[in-house]
Design a protein around this ligand. Sequence first.
Ligand SMILES: C[S@@+](CC[C@H](N)C(=O)[O-])C[C@H]1O[C@@H](n2cnc3c(N)ncnc32)[C@H](O)[C@@H]1O
Length: 513
Amino acid sequence: MDTEPTTVLGQPFPQTHPNRLAAIATLFGMQAPDVKRCRVLELGCSDGANLVPMAVQYPKSEFVGVDLSEHKTAEGKKTIRELKLKNIKIECQNILDINPKNLEKFDYIIVHNIYSWVPAEVCQKILQICREQLTPNGVAYVSYNTYPGWHMRGMLRDMMQFHVRQLKDPKQKVQQAHALINFLATSVPTENSPYGMLLKNELAQMQRWPDYYFYHDSLEKTNEPVYFHQFIEAAMQEGMQYLGEADLASMVVQNFPQPIKETLQKIAPNIVAMEQYMDFLRNRTYRQTLICHQEIKLSRNISSENLQAFYFAAPLKAVAEKPEITSDKVEEFQLPNGAKISANNPIAKAMWQHLATSWPQAVDIKNIITGVKSQIDTKDDIQQPLTELLLQAFMKGAVQCYAHPFEMTMQVSKCPSTTPLARYEAQKRAWVTNQKHEPINIDKLNQNILTQLDGKHDKKDLQKILSSMVDKNEITIAEKGVAVTDKEAAKNILTQQLDTMLTQLAKAGLLVG
Ligand SMILES: C[S@@+](CC[C@H](N)C(=O)[O-])C[C@H]1O[C@@H](n2cnc3c(N)ncnc32)[C@H](O)[C@@H]1O
């Protein structure tokens, strides 16, 4: 492949995490392998940024990553050495050269952002590895670009490839490709022009992509999107079957208005056709598909019963400062994308409020019942209505579902600690991986605080450490965007803000003790 515009190293992708894959597999009737004692293979693992945090989180599980890039795998090996991890290996190898005989079986196989971007023979080999290397109840995750959405994007890709055809330098290619799309976006009239409207809409999205992603999707040599049904046919030829999507809400036909839902149910003879028609309706461009062995008998009837064993998390925030829970007043709870859940039923309101205050931790149904009963006075059995509500919200994508909770604390203890991984990452860069396998951006000050959170320092120690950093000009404090130059004033601000900063780190899923 061309050298990338910048050296792009990896990041954690929460949707690939076995904790989530296991929950979806269980929902569809599988006996998903225990994620705390499992084996995970990642093909095209880059520098291991997705795999290393899993290895830290599950010391009794084993992880193997494979990538073609010498530079990226060398970075991964260095991280493994420095973190002294014994349960993960990263190999520099071409997927095509993997000999299944030399590998043990895996419970989870992750192939993120590789499939559409490699030649057909590598795609086939990926599916073959899934077949041969997955344990009987194993789950494979494969993401890829899809049609019909990529017809429009592919047209723009062709235009950009034409425009940069004589350039060699990846940075220059990105620059020129951006120049072309800006020219098109400002020159093609949109009024009464379906072409102009389509173009503008796509271009607006592309302009927001980071350079590495833009390069990867638009300027690299190989980008072969497929229709969903073609991907599944290829998987079936290798003895695999469709299990589901990492984004489960996209599978729920009930999320379409009634007449559309009815027509879809009439024209789609099976789940693969249904998913394909839904892609046509949505002009889908990308999928994150889970597959499993063809021999597994799946159950497609998701009922609230299936949810009993799960842990739930929802990034909700009550719109009112103090929502009225016990009355029948309508209260609203907002999701980060702006969507709102409204409820007037006290049980429902108490549940949303409990999930809002528990966030980012995932809690089980027993915990939710206790949380609800602490807010409303009821002797009724509320388990059934609560699981029904959770199921509906989960199907709409408002609630996340996990096979087990996360090791994190929401309380700031006397001597707070973060994970060895977050301490290590904070020394190196401006983002760290939290306990939910999400990349969290941090500023210089939080980088400094996180490196000290080893459970051995109380707040006074932390204040001293931070004050000495101010003295040595190692950190700059800003107030309302303006740097505070007086050192004593800066130290005072730090002392006042330390509690708030620690609480924010807890809310970001970064404190474990
Ligand atoms: C776009 S990156 C995705 C990396 C990572 N999975 C992520 O999502 O951040 C594609 C990766 O696949 C690797 N790759 C491409 N072809 C490969 C092959 N035939 N065998 C092994 N790795 C390959 C590249 O080196 C690169 O790290």
